[in-house]
Structures are given as structure tokens and as C-alpha cells.
Design a protein around this ligand. Sequence first.
Ligand code: DCT
Ligand code: MG
Length: 510
Amino acid sequence: MDPLQMAHTGPRKKRARPMGASMATTPQDIKFQDLVLFILEKKMGTSRRAFLMELARRKGFRVENELSDSVTHIVAENNSGSDVLEWLQVQKIKASSQLELLDVSWLIECMGAGKPVEMTGKHQLVVRGDYSASSNPSPQKTPPPAVKKISQYACQRRTTLNNHNNIFTDAFEILAENCEFRENEGSYVVFMRAASVLKSLPFTIISMKDTQGIPCLEDKAKCVIEDIIEDGESSEVKAVLNDERYKSFKLFTSVFGVGLKTSEKWFRMGFRSLSKIRTDKTLKFTEMQEAGFLYYEDLVSCVTKAEADAVSVLVKEAVWAFLPDAFVTMTGGFRRGKKVGHDVDFLITSQGSTEEEQQQLLHKVLNLWKKEGLLLYSDLIESTFEKLKLPSRKVDALDHFQKCFLILKLHHQRIDNSKSSQLQGKTWKAIRVDLVMCPYECHAFALLGWTGSRQFERDIRHYASHERKMILDNHALYDKTKRIFLKAGSEEEIFAHLGLDYIEPWERNA
Ligand code: DCT
Ligand code: MG
């Protein structure tokens, strides 16, 4: 049976569990002001109703908890129109002729489309002349959506930012982060892969049947999906969000320069808040952490696309002042089309300059910004790149390019005013910026590596080694069978060497 048909197969009351408070209280943006929905609990069950209410609210629909005069659409499952009218009579509510009585199949189609779909005869509930019949007219079934085989590798899936399964992927990302904090690499990978595959689906998962044939979903992940479908939330996620260690690590690692080791230390010392840590006389901070605390508020607030564009102008101006032929490309999440990020990443390369000129460039750029008072923090790491060295076999290995991790002062006047998030009184914002300088021969590999997402990078490297006997990293692609390096001047050529269809940057949000 197909997923949409499954929605018609009756109440799901396997386990009657109380609803979490988060369900009704999550504020959601209403996108479709003209519609006010009410979902009938009768014959549907509490938890399924709550799940559908939460899902619809997430998609921007206004869904009322109680039936009121403002309701324009009543959605019911396994009820005829007469059943619904009878129920309304019992509630002493007079149905206006404007009120739409709809089968749940309409709502499910709306969820899939992400917007209200046209109401047709198959959705409208049948009202018999005498109102008395209670049997359910079998609603017309929608044909099953064509299911293409989904690859286990993110580099063979197209994953845009249009995620139909946030409700599940948000849960997986919290669980993965918790595993990361507990250095449980195995489970971290399980949850990240599950989140990644669900992000690529063109439909919302509504029942467990929908998960059939989807790779990368281990039992652990399926249990979470089942919990959310049945109860509207995952008890495991709820427990993690209340967990002392998770909460502390989340807080500590939000400071630039604080990783797992430092978080562990502070947690063991009994710290639970940043204010206590900031003011503790016995603690020693690295220069990075000092900067992290100093610019904390700016750095935890996301970088917008407008801010990233303003930084891009700043970077290009500085780079071109010293190497006018240099290529400067914004990479990372913004290249994948994200509207916000935690930093702005750039890849710089140049064809016509000497090795010496290339090596000096970042030093000159930093000096210029220092003079201009824009450099709030910098950490420059020299290249350890060696030509003809075999690529790294480790999928998470860092690259050997010269790079710097910075905090730049971005004056609000540099941001396109209409989009600026200027705070009153403050004329600038501290922004995290990463600059990477790579030799021209490597730029396609470096661009592919720095565009991400992390899961996409992991999977394309796994794919290269497991499916093609090749080793791919940010510097090169090596064919182990032929024992040769495969050259590439563009990302398209790398995909072609690997025998992969080209995936655009905005389809790499795995
Ligand atoms: N990258 C990677 N492996 C790492 C770190 C980074 O493959 N260990 C790649 C993937 C993305 C790119 O570098 C930039 O990294 P981030 O800035 O951390 O990620 P992002 O996708 O740009 O996301 P954000 O919006 O948080 O900056
Ligand atoms: Mg980034």
C-alpha cells in the first residue's frame, strides 16, 4: 500500500501516550492566512491528530486546537460528511455553508505540496440526505507516487534546502550531536546518515510504510521516526534536550575556540553556565577562546546572506589589491544556497602568480585589515601541502592548504541596508571568516571539498574508495587501479572521473 493510502487505513492507537507540551505551544509562522483548519479527533485518535496538527503548523497552516467560528476547513479521517455533521450537532455547533468538510487525504496532499492543494470531489466528504448514515464512504485512493531507488551515498542524491522531513531530521541532528558530545562516533554516523537521507526525500514521511526501501535507516533511527509519528515527538530527543551534559556541552561549544576537550574539562569541574566560566579567576583561556567570549553575542547570532555578501566584497577588495588575477569563491553553506551560516568560507587561488606571491597573499591581506582596524582575531596556518603525495584515506581528514581562521569587523554601512540586521547603537558586527589559499592545479578539488555539506563530503569520498577504488580528498583524486592521479579543472570533471552524475552545489545539502 502506498503512503497516502496508508493515511486512510484507520486509527493508529498502538500506544496511548500523553502528548508533549511542545506540540501545542510551538509558535509557527502562518503562511496561508485564508485557511483555518480543525482536525477531528473522532476515529483518528489523539496522537495521530497531534502529529498531523504539528506537521500542518510546520508547513505554515493555521490549525486550531478547538472548533470555533473562525474554522474554515474540518479535516476528518474515516468519517463521512454525515458523521462530521452529526458530531457538530452533538457539539451544538451549526455548520455554515462555507465550511469545508474534507477527508484527511486532502491534508496529506497539502503536506506533500507544502501548500494548500485544490479541493476536488475525492477530498470532499459526502453528506447523505438524511444525515443518519455513519458508514464511511470509501474515499478514492490516490495512485502511489513513483518511488525511485534511493542511493545510500549522498553524492548520488539531490538534496536541496527544501526539506520535507524537518520534524524527523531535527530530531536526528539533536541525537547525533549528543553522540558527538559523548564521543560515540558509531551512533553519530547512524543519525547523521538518517538525517541526510530523509532530507533528500521529495515527500513527507507520514507512516512507517513510507520508510520502506529507504537506505541508511537503522533500527535506532526507525524507532525515533515511529515515536514521532505516534506521539508527535521522540522521548529520546526530549530526554537529550533535558540532559545536563548535553545542555552544558551545547552551551560551551557555542564559544568560538571551545571544543569537546575543553567542554569535558569545564563540565567535570562543575561549570554549567558561561557567566561563571567567564569570570572564573583560575581558568586559563586560549587566545581563540578569549576572542570567542569577547564577541560571543555577535558570533552566536547567525551570519545572514547579506552580511556574507558584504564580507565577500571586503575579501575581494583586499585580495585583488595584491593579486589582481586571483579567483575568490565563497564556499561552504552559502555556496549551497543557505540563507544563514555560522561563518563565511572563501577559497582563493591564482593562476599567473609565483609560489612566493601566493604564499605571501594572506599575510598581506591580514596586515591590511589590521591597519584598517578590521581584524579582531586571526590564526594563520601555513601550508603543509606536498605535491604528488597520495590523497588521504580518512574521510574526515583536514586539508594541507594555507588557511586562516578570522574574526572580522563588518561595519553595518557595508551591508545592503534593506537587509541589514543593525542593532541600535552598534555600528558593526563581528563575523567568523575562513580563508583558504590553494594551488591552481588543486582548485577544483578544494572547491568540491570546501562546498560541503560534511555528509556530502564523507559520502563522495566513501563512494570513490568503495565503488571506484579511487582516493579523493581536497587536493587530488588518485586511481588505485591505474596508479595515476586524475586531473580536473572543474567540479564537473571530478564527478565525471568518478562516474557520477553532476550534483549542483545547491543539491549538496545532504
Ligand atoms: N568541511 C569538511 N569537513 C570538515 C569541516 C569542513 O568537509 N571537518 C567542509 C564542508 C563544508 C565546508 O568545509 C565549510 O565548513 P563549515 O563552515 O563548517 O560548514 P558550512 O556547511 O559552511 O556550514 P555553516 O553554515 O555552519 O558555516
Ligand atoms: Mg561555513
